[in-house]
Design a protein around this ligand. Structure first.
Ligand SMILES: Cc1ncc(COP(=O)(O)O)c(C=O)c1O
Length: 414
């Protein structure tokens, strides 16, 4: 193995390099597991980001909903600063003085009892699968090694080997086998198929109340109520992955709130970290999370005081109801704007709150090409599945900014 003998002098890097130079510099040293738009963000505030050259862009993606409160929300930044001056990491080998308050607030907000703090979304999903399996063996009485989890076609729950084992997206799986057994996929939004797949081995049904990565796919009214009823009747857990749909995005605190449904296990992430630190959580009834005992599961960073302080600041913002209200009201503006574009470049769209999947007429361009044209107009979005654009601005966006984004979309589709 060779090792470099000279390094660039520290401080010679980003400050003096142009966007084009930085993009070129990334290629040989950063894994190519993403294909980012050619913009290099150097600063951000609220709904806006600025690139290295000082060009400003309206952020209509918001870190895949990790930035629901905008970039650097003052209350979240202040909570982080305050905590940086106290203590940032203890590990769970010791208690810290921030975790109890964070978990109490989270339980109160969700109507559930207990929290397993983790970091990334995928970790929360992995943790929930482990909890559900243990619950199946210890509480339901499933034969050892036989537990199954039923999932939906088109799901996206993260990128670990177990999670891609139950993905139905070949691109997410190809080359990563062998896969973890114990999962059954059924069509989304199909209660009969779900009921047929659940049997005495089923630990849980794991679904996204709205499928984000699939293109903001919204199930029929009554589906979530049906999943709740069916899982209760058939004796398995209902795990709702609200890592992308939760925390104000859809105009309610949770997407399941639209049907007044409380799952047994709720998965949160992304916006829970306020756009500052990765914070995720498995939130559940006490009898479910109580299957975990010391040594069963853990995370060095999960529940650290900095994350708990930031997460608490996020929950304080949500407790005001202001962000849910904004998402609902401005969601109507977004909906009307997209309706007006339907037939003129937009084939179809699905929207709930400040979240939309917009299917672009392939004759006009691919999702990627439209995203690049929007970039040139100063608007950041991300394509998914070929010709769909995903819109998920910070919930702090103003009506005027939303119109700016819609006008840019109208222009690039013309
Ligand atoms: C519904 C859902 N679950 C889980 C994840 C994975 O989260 P992370 O990227 O933080 O691991 C995502 C990410 O997009 C998601 O949308």
């Amino acid at each position: 193995m060779t090792s470099p003998t000279t390094f660039p002098a520290s401080g010679s890097a980003s400050g003096t390099r142009s966007s084009a130079q930085l993009i070129r510099a990334e290629a040989p040293v950063v894994a190519h597991n993403y294909h980012p738009l050619p913009v290099v963000v150097a600063r951000a505030e609220g709904t806006w980001v600025e690139d290295v050259e000082g060009r400003r862009y309206l952020d209509m993606l918001a870190g895949y909903s990790a930035l629901n409160f905008g970039h650097r929300h003052p209350a979240i930044v202040e909570a982080a600063h305050r905590q940086l001056d106290e203590v940032t990491l203890t590990s769970r080998a010791f208690h810290n003085d921030r975790l109890a308050g964070f978990a109490e607030r989270l339980a109160e907000l969700t109507g559930l009892d207990m929290v397993l703090p983790m970091n990334t979304g995928a970790e929360a999903v992995e943790s929930a699968v482990k909890v559900a399996r243990k619950w199946a063996y210890e509480v339901k009485g499933v034969a050892p090694g036989r537990a199954t989890v039923v999932v939906a076609d088109g799901n996206f729950h993260g990128r670990t080997t177990t999670i891609v084992s139950f993905s139905t997206d070949e691109a997410a799986r190809a080359g990563f086998g062998p896969f973890t057994p114990g999962f059954r996929a059924v069509p989304y939004n199909d209660l009969a198929a779900l009921e047929a797949a659940v049997d005495e081995t089923t630990a849980a049904v794991l679904i996204e109340p709205i499928q984000g990565e699939a293109g903001v796919v919204i199930p029929d009214e009554g589906y979530l109520t049906g999943v709740r009823e069916l899982t209760r009747r058939l004796g398995c857990l209902f795990i709702a992955d609200e890592i992308q749909s939760g925390l104000g995005r859809t105009g309610r605190t949770l997407a399941v709130d639209h049907e007044s449904v409380v799952p047994d296990v709720l998965l949160l992430g992304k916006a829970l970290g306020g756009g500052i630190v990765p914070v995720s959580a498995v939130v559940a009834h006490r009898d479910v999370l109580s299957v975990l005992r010391p040594g069963d599961h853990g995370s060095t960073f999960g529940g650290n005081p900095l994350s708990a302080a930031v997460g608490s600041a996020v929950l304080d913002l949500l407790a005001t109801g202001e962000f849910q209200r904004r998402a609902a009201e401005l969601g109507d503006v977004l909906d009307r704007g997209l309706a007006a574009l339907t037939g003129t470049g937009v084939i179809a769209y699905r929207a709930r709150g400040l979240w939309a999947g917009v299917d672009i007429d392939p004759a006009i361009g691919t999702g990627r090409q439209i995203s690049e044209r929007l970039l040139a107009e100063g608007v950041l979005v991300k394509d998914t599945h070929g010709s769909t654009l995903r819109l998920a601005p910070p919930l702090t966006i103003t009506e005027e900014e939303l119109h700016t984004a819609l006008e840019a979309l109208r222009k690039v589709l013309a």
